[in-house]
Design a protein around this ligand. Structure first.
Ligand SMILES: Cc1cc2nc3c(=O)[nH]c(=O)nc-3n(C[C@H](O)[C@H](O)[C@H](O)COP(=O)(O)OP(=O)(O)OC[C@H]3O[C@@H](n4cnc5c(N)ncnc54)[C@H](O)[C@@H]3O)c2cc1C
Length: 420
């Protein structure tokens, strides 16, 4: 497969760009693999890539029921950050950040990672104190964090924000992570797919897993819409479909709720928003894409659902928060909105583990934050699958922590998935 470079760009421009090869093959399923990964989202694809790159396992298939990018990997608001308080989360997400920083080179694919920073706004002195604590915890872990004190300092960073004293939600400062930013979500899926394919991984699209092959307790393969496939190891990374897929394996109860999360993009504007900004009085995050659209989102819809579309009350709620923050954007036209199915865990932290059945491995519970986790999630899951034990970075992300009551509750709101 061709290396992407300035030379291949030039060469193809002379032939009218008619000679580009498909970025990955469309193979037929083999009857058996060493590892089968269910779910061709960001996490399934990155796992396949790191299985090959880090562990030399390439007799691997990724099974995707639709087309690559049809799930949350192609539906998110593309925010990448590692500004967490709890050490289990901050170490894991900082590892992800370091992988992001070299990802375009590593994959030989431009994922358009743009470290434009993220600013979490504080609206009360108490919230700013809380941010100081989080910033200190981050620095203690070697992660970049800067406390921004005062409305004027915020105004200089984000000119369109309403920082006036009589604003609907007055701003007193914020917490900045300069190395945070955004990446192009489809490119991440395509880049990992291409790089995994180059190492020999079979990417099987339109291949829905409909059941699991069992020998006694052990999972020894899957039944699919393209026939049965046996495997020494079966890894599940289906994000919002975790409950459904695990039920097919006879695991009826999972500490996961599936909810719709919507996102929005406006018409294109000249550059006006230079960092990612989050609103601290409600729940809203916004950035401007490289094409100029304002990309933003807020809370999940208030009910459980497997539908990849949302309802109007959340549209109104999110738009009103956006306009309260940026009154000047009230006349910008909304271009599109869409929804994805979120795998909300009980404590807001993920699960990357062996089991719960022999021969099976599980990756889920990404809530709002799985896009930024894509590199580290695949890296850690590949380690867990290859070595049959977790890496220290994901050792805490077990399934049985919910049974044992050892939650990793970043927000401190308890076992309430809709609040994480
Ligand atoms: C609107 C929205 C905004 C978001 N914003 C952000 C953000 O700004 N930053 C951030 O970090 N995270 C964000 N997220 C979360 C992030 O996108 C997800 O946590 C992450 O993409 C989930 O992992 P994935 O990419 O593997 O999931 P997916 O892409 O959903 O992959 C799972 C795949 O499994 C497939 N599948 C399901 N069942 C089967 C089956 N039976 N057989 C075969 N395949 C199956 C699905 O078709 C799907 O392609 C957002 C999510 C949404 C919806």
């Amino acid at each position: 497969m061709a290396e992407y470079s300035v030379f291949s760009l030039l060469k193809n421009s002379f032939s009218g760009n008619r000679d580009w090869k498909p970025a990955w093959r469309k193979p037929d399923p083999k009857p058996e693999y060493d590892v089968v990964i269910v779910g061709g989202g960001g996490h399934g694809l990155s796992t396949a890539y790191y299985l090959g790159k880090e562990h030399g396992l390439t007799n691997v298939a990724v099974l995707e029921k639709g087309w690559l990018g049809s799930g949350n990997i192609g539906r998110n608001t593309t925010i990448v950050r590692s500004n967490y308080l709890l050490p289990e989360n901050s170490r894991f997400y900082e590892h992800s950040m370091k992988l992001w920083e070299g990802l375009s080179h590593d994959l030989n694919y431009n994922v358009m990672f743009s470290q434009r920073g993220i600013l979490n706004l504080a609206h009360t002195p108490g919230q700013l104190d809380d941010f100081a604590r989080r910033g200190n915890a981050m620095r203690h872990e070697g992660i970049d964090a800067e406390l921004v004190v005062g409305a004027e300092a915020v105004r200089r960073m984000v000119p369109g924000l309403d920082v006036s004293a009589n604003a609907r939600f007055p701003i007193v400062g914020g917490l900045m992570q300069p190395r945070a930013g955004t990446a192009r979500h489809d490119a991440v899926a395509w880049g990992y797919a291409r790089a995994a394919d180059r190492r020999g991984v079979d990417i099987l699209e339109n291949c829905e897993v409909t059941g699991f092959l069992r020998e006694g307790d052990r999972v020894v393969g899957v039944t699919t819409t393209r026939g049965d496939i046996r495997a020494r190891k079966v890894a599940v990374a289906v994000a919002g479909s975790t409950g459904r897929v695990m039920k097919l394996a006879g695991v009826d109860e999972m500490p996961i709720e599936s909810h719709v999360l919507q996102a929005f993009v406006s018409e294109s504007l000249k550059p006006v928003l230079h960092t990612v900004v989050t609103f601290g009085a409600g729940h809203l995050y916004a950035s401007q894409s490289d094409k100029g659209g304002l990309v933003f989102g807020g809370d999940i819809d208030g009910y459980n659902s497997y539908a990849q579309r949302g309802n109007l009350p959340v549209v109104e709620d999110v738009a009103s928060e956006f306009v309260a923050m940026f009154p000047g954007f009230s006349r910008v036209r909304l271009l599109r909105s869409w929804g994805g199915i979120m795998d909300m865990s009980m404590d807001g932290s993920p699960i990357i583990t062996t089991g719960p059945l022999p021969g099976m491995y599980l990756n889920c519970g990404w809530c709002y934050g799985g896009f930024k986790a894509t590199p580290a999630s695949g890296w850690c899951f590949a380690h867990t699958i290859a070595r049959d034990e977790p890496h220290p970075l994901n050792a805490a992300f077990t399934l049985d922590r919910f049974r044992r009551g050892i939650l990793i509750d970043e927000k401190g709101v308890g076992a309430t998935p809709r609040l994480h």
